[in-house]
Design a protein around this ligand. Structure first.
Ligand code: FMN
Length: 397
């Protein structure tokens, strides 16, 4: 099984640094797709090309879904797309990655979370394979294993579960703005570039300044021509293991400031797993209920203590005893959040979109999220280790 995984080289190479991936990636089948695109007239890497260039570069199975002739039948935050399936914020570092994702049939490609300023990456390594104890490889929120220690190493196996520890790095806006512009222009017919962004908390910042930083970043994103955007509130931004989305009222105030900046551009909020229904309802009421947010993307990773074979801290460095687990292990938690959000939507009568994320590694996982109430679905870990996932899902429909 693990041999199988060696053959499908991930488009983000976990054996290289973030910086090398940014400069040299994507890899594997995504690199091949980019080469075909360039050969077909896409010219410079990351440049838009013409619509006919893009359909010429499409693979046959992509062409069946979205060859630029038939009208898109699905939508994401009101924007028509071929199939509302794609890759969430994370492994698509820049326009070369997002363009390759489009060419591989992922109709939603999220540009990795950007900030108002350049922000460094955690030291290498940033990814490890994780091996939960349970027979089905799942990790349940609240399980003692998350604190006792989850075994992590470099042996990547199917169904794939990993941990990622990046610290949400960002280029300076002077670099990411023109690159995001290129990424948006490179979408094929029925495809959509989804920008991700978040606020940055720096020492000495007041709460008002922190809120304003979100609004500034959203404005910078809007300037690139973004049709929609996703605001990340689900990373440890508020201090070690403290998440912004655990403070729904603050998210509400931030969403209001962002809305004032971006007007009618649809805004989605990225959430981590929230165990408490009352807190989730408060999140919905203080954002959607105030007309500032049109959807939620959920879940992000689940925090776990990572240990090596000796039971010692698996990732090197201070503050890295815990790290976020994603992939197959968190599928159940993601489905749970999506169905609870769908129940709140039903009960409240409020209208908002749900983007289901977490452990989608097969077409069956995609179908399970749709059944749970997701309007759209995304896969980060699953797509990294299976560049054909979008084609497989389309073939299964
Ligand atoms: C390599 C990698 C980097 C990630 N970086 C981000 C990020 O910058 N912003 C964000 O909101 N989520 C980030 N995520 C989380 C994913 O968007 C997603 O919520 C999570 O991985 C669960 O989905 P999965 O099980 O399909 O991987 C990252 C995930 C991975 C695998």
């Amino acid at each position: 099984m693990s041999q199988d995984l060696h053959q499908s080289e991930p488009f983000y190479d976990v054996n290289r640094t973030y910086e090398d991936n940014y400069e040299q990636g994507p890899f594997g089948a995504f690199a091949e797709a980019l080469k075909r695109d360039e050969a077909a007239g896409g010219a410079e890497s990351g440049s838009a090309g013409t619509p006919s260039d893009r359909s010429a570069a499409s693979s046959p199975s992509e062409g069946e879904q979205g060859n630029g002739v038939s009208a898109p039948t699905d939508s994401f935050l009101g924007v028509p797309v071929n199939l509302a399936f794609g890759i969430p914020a994370g492994p698509l570092l820049n326009s070369r990655f997002t363009t390759a994702a489009f060419r591989m049939g992922f109709d939603l490609a999220t540009y990795k979370t950007v900030r108002s300023r350049a922000w460094g990456c955690n030291p290498f390594p940033n990814v490890l394979a994780v091996h939960p104890r349970s027979a089905d490889g799942s990790l349940t929120p609240g399980s003692p294993e998350l604190d006792e220690g989850v075994f992590a190493d470099t042996n990547y196996e199917r169904p794939i579960s990993i941990s990622n520890s990046f610290g949400v790095p960002s280029q300076d806006p002077d670099l990411w703005q023109p690159d995001m512009f290129r990424a948006i222009a490179a979408a094929g017919p029925g495809q959509l570039l989804v920008p991700g962004f978040q606020g940055s908390r720096v020492e000495g910042m007041t709460e008002e300044e922190y809120i304003a930083d979100h609004a500034t970043t959203a404005r910078l994103v809007k300037e690139t021509g973004a049709k929609v955007m996703v605001m990340n509130t689900s990373c440890p931004n508020e201090g070690h293991n403290v998440l912004l989305c655990h403070n729904p009222l603050l998210v509400g105030r931030i969403a209001e400031a962002v809305k004032n900046e971006i007007g009618d551009t649809p805004l989605m909020v990225k959430l981590a797993y929230i165990p408490d229904d009352a807190a989730l309802e408060l999140m919905v009421q203080s954002t959607v209920g105030r007309g500032t947010v049109q959807g939620f993307s959920t879940i992000n990773t689940i925090s776990a203590r990572l240990v090596d074979a000796n039971g010692d801290q698996a990732l090197p460095g201070k503050g890295r005893d815990r790290s976020g687990v994603c992939g197959h292990a968190i599928r159940g938690a993601g489905l749970d959040m999506v169905s609870r959000l769908a129940a709140i939507r039903e009960k409240s009568g409020l209208d908002f979109a749900i983007n289901g994320v977490g452990g989608v590694v097969t077409p069956d996982d995609f179908a399970a999220y749709k059944r749970a109430g997701a309007d759209s679905v995304m896969s980060a870990t699953g797509a990294m280790w299976d560049a054909d996932l979008a084609h497989k899902i389309k073939a299964s429909l």
